[in-house]
Ligand binder design. Structure first.
Ligand code: FES
Length: 98
């Protein structure tokens, strides 16, 4: 199997059906930070909150741009990774609720 065909078939973000090929194309088009990749491809915005894909995308971005892994910052989190009852936002959080 050729490398190009394989990249097209490898799904990196299962929640949003984003393949390695799509990520490489976005990086080549100048979306070369995790935040920009997130905006372009919606990686990390699925039901898992990026727990499955963000580290993989980070490695691909480091490899494709020739940067060290520790230079690649994860995108900002805007919502909880796991769904929380609204009563937590109202300050009614108790230890038993966790
Ligand atoms: S696998 Fe990417 S957001 Fe869930």
């Amino acid at each position: 199997m050729k490398q190009g065909k394989r990249d097209r078939d490898i799904i990196i973000c299962r929640c949003r059906d984003v393949t390695e090929e799509e990520l490489k194309q976005a990086i080549e088009d100048g979306f070369d930070t995790m935040e920009l990749l997130k905006r372009k491809t919606k990686i990390g915005t699925g039901t898992c909150g990026g727990r499955t894909c963000l580290q993989l995308v980070r490695r691909i971005l480091a490899r494709e741009t020739g940067r060290e892994l520790n230079e690649i910052k994860l995108p900002r989190e805007r919502s909880p990774i796991v769904p929380l009852p609204l009563r937590f936002a109202a300050g009614e959080k108790t230890r038993e609720d966790l």
